[in-house]
Design a protein around this ligand. Structure first.
Ligand code: SF4
Length: 369
């Protein structure tokens, strides 16, 4: 069995370790690129969500490399996520690809089904499987630590390109290692190198919270390198969700003692009291959380035509009115380009800086009266 999976941020680090632990031969799809997106766009229905198109491109590129089995995570809700597995499988069948599709539904839908799927893939001893699970978790948790540090560092980095290079090298090392002690050493050494690039006196840093549909929040190819672009504009970023938290909430029913979106779920009320599919409700609860924590701005990101994010977008003006926090929405699709995005980001951050400056001058004025 030659198994592949779709990309989503650094998920590949955990997927490789986990599938190898299960005893599968892993065919990692090439990282998302223009080729991936054009392949997906060519064969997916035009109105399909962007993540479906990119995932389809991932599969086709992995099939070219010899993959014969696809593992993907399912989903539920009043949007298209529940149909992803079937739709993608049908498209691949129509293209004459003889592929086995293993869709792992969230355990709160059917734990028995998850267990059956794991047993379908398992081809190693339980000791090896448990080691694989542990290694996968350590890798994804470590990658999140590095990502969070990069989000803080980017607007403060003395040499931004050097910082990106160190971070990317660390990801390559994390992917290669099979040893948990080495994972910890890689993180320690990388953080040490990155710390040397930080300008602790940097001024005019603004803080923006990123909310929205999980795939476009996490996969930097899909959001046109949003975090890097903001870092260049002097913005520190915090996301509503990181991969380790998503895995814990979505696949492990929140059993691990790390930050959970479920804990701030109730902040969506009174703006939104119901689950609307995808991460629509979390977009609202996290926006309230960021606003209450004094963030300078919020950016919502989602795929064009994503129903839960369209509903959330219509509620965000009420949060802006209540808390006075500037909020911008970015919808992305296969036509989106970095130049257009940068113009919008520059305008948004300039407005926030102007607003902050105005408040500051206002205070000075008050003091002089
Ligand atoms: S959450 Fe949005 S992008 Fe994801 S399947 Fe639903 S509609 Fe599509």
């Amino acid at each position: 069995m030659k198994v592949t999976y779709p990309h989503m941020g650094n998920l590949y680090l955990a997927a490789n370790a986990l599938l190898e632990g299960l005893g599968c031969e892993v065919i990692m799809p090439p990282f998302c690129s223009k080729k991936t997106l054009s392949l997906g766009t060519k064969y997916a229905p035009e109105s399909a969500c962007l993540p479906l198109k990119i995932n389809l491109g991932n599969y086709l590129e992995a099939i070219e490399k010899g993959a014969d089995t696809i593992v993907m995570i399912g989903g539920v809700g009043p949007c298209r996520i529940g149909f992803y597995g079937q739709t993608q499988s049908d498209i691949l069948n129509d293209l004459g690809k003889n592929i086995k599709m293993v869709v792992i539904e969230p355990p709160d839908v059917s734990f028995k089904e998850v267990w059956q799927k794991i047993m379908e893939l398992k081809n190693a001893s339980w000791v090896k499987v448990i080691k694989g699970v542990h290694l996968a978790w350590e890798k994804i948790y470590s990658a999140d630590r590095l990502e969070k540090y990069m989000e803080w560092l980017r607007p403060r980095a003395i040499k931004q390109d050097e910082a990106e290079k160190i971070y990317n090298e660390a990801l390559i090392l994390l992917d290669k290692t099979k040893n948990i002690r080495q994972v910890k050493n890689i993180v320690k050494n990388t953080l040490h190198k990155l710390e040397e690039l930080a300008d602790y006196q940097a001024e005019n840093i603004i803080k923006i919270g990123i909310v929205g549909e999980v795939y476009t929040v996490i996969e930097q190819y899909a959001n046109l390198q949003l975090e890097r672009q903001l870092g260049k504009l002097g913005v520190e970023v915090e996301r509503s969700i990181y991969l380790s938290e998503w895995i814990n909430d979505h696949l492990l029913s929140g059993i691990l003692p790390i930050k959970s979106s479920k804990k701030i779920d109730q902040l969506a009320s009174p703006f939104l009291n119901h689950f609307i599919g995808g991460h629509g409700k979390q977009t609202i609860s996290h926006s309230v959380d960021f606003a209450r924590r004094g963030f300078d701005g919020i950016i919502q990101v989602g795929p064009l035509t994503c129903m839960p994010e369209i509903v959330a977008e219509s509620i965000l003006p009420a949060i802006n009115e209540t808390y006075g926090v500037p909020i911008m929405t970015i919808f992305v699709d296969e036509q989106s380009g970095e130049a257009g995005l940068n113009t919008r980001l520059e305008a948004f951050t300039d407005m926030i800086k102007y607003k902050k400056d105005l408040n500051f001058k206002g205070c000075e004025l008050c003091q002089s009266i």
